[in-house]
Design a protein around this ligand. Structure first.
Ligand code: NDP
Ligand code: MG
Length: 384
């Protein structure tokens, strides 16, 4: 059966690789719509290849009504109504940042399965989204490589018998840099990830290790496990994508070359396996896999995220995510130092009490409040 798919964020790093996977599996998928923020050039190429019925350009030239036979729409409500009315089987949620929560929520509310790359939505709305998914029957299949690994290591096993889950982290580009030199790193150095080629925001998150912090929270909600069983280990080669250990002493790992097309194809094809274009690893050629504990003094964002995870408060999770988005954007614009990111996040998070919000509108309100708070901190303390 052909799977009908909608893609949010098709022009990004995940979106382009998803298009690559879809094109390798002729007859397996029909793309009903594509969407981007403003990159019409890339969208046009994708329209020519995939011939979707619709494409949404949220921030582009509103005069464009059609490209080839594809109808072009321009608003977030157009996107949300396509999700709920077009009878798609799967939404690939691959926008960057908190804005991805609206389409993710809409798909889950409509009982549509979600291939989830947009981790910011599950960090901010984890409890609500997963509870809603249980009620509507929507399956959330992770795209994030660690969560795809964990998902696969849990398959066919009893979750009650899990002793611990360990997410691997590459350690980013500054793995060998001493802590006290990090205030001086440039945007260019930060964007040079050793193993993965990704969008700018997640590449900065990998360098601060906020990415792993977001992923710990993502894992808690996606797999409905207590915070205490989640760990992080640095594994610079990025071959083991995460492991699950069971009470009988078995540890199950998922391995593969660091290429996002593997977890993307797993999420798109699920429960079938489809072609990804990625070779399987040659164990004999991989001579050296190393692991060590992360240094919380160096990776302050990871420490903040672990504390926020342990607090269990979604107000703090939303605040952390929002402040991080603001700070990363300022860093990319060269307005603050690399090390200011953690400071801004910390100050924002701890200006809020450990509370819970319980519906989607409150999540939006809390996100706005957290952004206003961190913008104020940036103005008064950093002059930006
Ligand atoms: P990119 O920055 O490469 O792409 C982002 C995509 O989202 C683009 O298509 C962009 O459109 C679109 N977009 C931007 N703003 C909005 C908006 N307000 N509403 C709707 N769409 C928008 O990001 P990545 O592909 O790297 O990451 C996407 C998500 O996947 C993130 O949440 C990231 O954390 C997660 N992820 C990414 C991985 C990777 O390898 N890249 C790995 C694991 C998770 P336009 O091109 O027009 O700007
Ligand atoms: Mg990841």
């Amino acid at each position: 059966m052909i799977k009908k798919v909608g893609i949010v964020g098709s022009t990004g790093s995940i979106g382009r690789q998803a298009v690559d996977v879809i094109l390798r599996n002729k007859g397996a998928f029909e793309v009903v719509f594509l969407s981007c923020n403003s990159n019409i050039q890339e969208l046009q190429k994708q329209i020519a290849l995939l011939k979707p019925k619709f494409a949404i350009v949220l921030d582009g030239n509103k005069g464009i009504k059609k490209i080839d036979n594809t109808k072009i729409l321009h608003t977030i409500s157009d996107l949300l109504s396509l999700i709920s009315t077009q009878e798609i089987d799967l939404l690939l949620s691959a926008a960057v940042g908190f804005s991805g929560i609206r389409p993710t929520y809409e798909a889950i509310k409509s009982g549509i399965d979600v291939a989830l790359a947009n981790k910011e939505s599950i960090v901010s709305g984890g409890k609500i989204l997963t509870y809603l998914a249980k009620n509507t029957g929507s399956k959330i299949i992770p795209v994030d490589s660690e969560h795809s690994a964990i998902y696969q290591c849990l398959m066919g096993n009893d979750k009650d018998k899990v002793a611990s889950i360990t997410l691997t982290a590459s350690g980013g580009p500054f793995i060998k840099r001493p802590d006290d030199s990090l205030s001086f790193v440039s945007v260019e150095e930060t964007l040079k990830h050793p193993n993965w080629s990704m969008g700018a925001k997640i590449t900065v998150d990998s360098a601060t290790m906020m990415n792993k912090g977001l992923e710990l929270i993502e894992a808690k909600y996606l797999f409905d496990v207590p915070a205490e069983i989640l760990n992080v280990v640095i594994h610079p080669q990025s071959i083991i994508h995460s492991v699950v250990s069971y009470i009988d002493g078995s540890t199950i790992a998922q391995l593969g070359y660091p290429d996002m097309r593997t977890p993307i194809s797993f999420a798109l094809g699920f429960p079938e396996r489809v072609n990804s274009g990625v070779n399987t690893i040659d164990l004999a050629k991989i001579s050296n896999l190393t692991f060590y504990e992360p240094d919380f003094n160096k990776y302050k964002c990871l420490k903040i995220a672990v504390d926020v995870l342990k607090s269990g408060s979604n107000v703090l999770m939303i605040a952390m995510n929002a402040a991080n988005e603001i700070a990363v954007e300022l860093f990319l614009k060269r307005k603050i130092k690399f090390t200011d990111i953690a400071d801004i996040v910390e100050k924002t998070v701890y200006s809020f009490a450990e509370k819970e919000v319980s519906d989607i509108e409150e999540i939006f309100e809390m996100d706005i409040l957290a952004r206003q708070t961190s913008i104020k901190i940036c103005k008064t303390e950093y002059g930006v």
